[in-house]
Ligand binder design. Structure first.
Ligand SMILES: *Cc1c(COP(=O)(O)O)cnc(C)c1O
Length: 245
């Protein structure tokens, strides 16, 4: 598909996903509006983010720090500055990137080590509110080195909850791809159970960040409060990062 054709569909894709979220909330007996749509814009240029924004998107997810910083700069330029975007860092976190992440993002989803949490806490600028964080749990994915086990999540939550410049918001997971919805739900279930337990201990925990383009119906049925959708909004990702410059 050409760039132009893709661009013309971003807004309608975004609205279509919103409608599907509504339908699935209702189907699953969830409260209307309980699931937030995070538009995962990694590799897509700033102009494409503007299209999603025009359709109502205010939460964007990015995986690559420099690419994200470039887009933040482009989108904050007058005369069409977009000043009310909430930026989520959802990629793997390297130690040498924490300063830029702590300085520019509102949320970080992939916390799986105390060392990274401490760095983000120490580097969060004083003029910004506490950085919202989710602990990443590795549910099924033998291929992925990211994420703590469900049992380790308790200990990491306890330590992160002590860090004053971080706000512990919830759990995040990226299960191995699987097409069967019953199986997708079975993988999410123990995470939801653990999330519900942890919420009793940590009142700031209100976010279960699960569900991507191929499994968000299952994720909503299992209690997701934030789904992270890239391909189904922006189309397929190219090889190279296109930051719109
Ligand atoms: C890329 C990415 C997504 C979006 O995936 P799609 O399948 O394109 O919807 C969601 N979450 C994370 C952590 C990602 O890296």
């Amino acid at each position: 598909m050409s760039q132009t054709q893709n661009d013309s569909t971003i807004a309608s894709n975004y609205r279509r996903i919103l409608a599907r979220i509504s339908a699935q909330e209702q189907h699953a007996g969830r409260q209307a509006g309980s699931v937030l749509l995070l538009a995962v814009s990694k590799t897509h240029g700033a102009e494409r983010l503007r299209e999603a924004y025009a359709a109502g998107a205010r939460h964007f997810g990015e995986n690559y720090v420099q690419e994200a910083l470039d887009k933040m700069t482009l989108l904050s330029q007058p005369p069409h500055a977009l000043s009310d975007i909430t930026w989520h860092f959802i990629g793997p976190i390297q130690s040498n990137k924490t300063r830029n992440i702590a300085g520019a993002f509102d949320w970080v989803h992939g916390i799986d080590r105390l060392k990274i949490a401490r760095r983000l806490n120490d580097q969060r600028p004083a003029h910004l509110p506490a950085l919202n964080v989710c602990i990443q749990v590795n549910l099924s994915n033998e291929d992925s080195k990211s994420g703590v086990t469900l049992d380790q999540a308790d200990a990491l939550c306890a330590e992160v909850a002590q860090l004053p410049r971080l706000q512990l918001r919830g759990l995040m997971a990226i299960p191995a791809p699987c097409q069967d919805q019953a199986q997708q739900r079975a993988v999410f279930k123990p995470l939801t159970a653990r999330f519900n337990q942890l919420q009793q201990q940590y009142p700031t925990m209100d976010t279960l960040s699960i569900g991507m383009s191929d499994d968000f119906d299952a994720a909503i049925a299992e209690g997701s409060t934030m789904i992270r959708i890239g391909t189904a909004i922006f189309g397929a990702r190219g090889q190279a990062a296109d930051t719109g410059r």
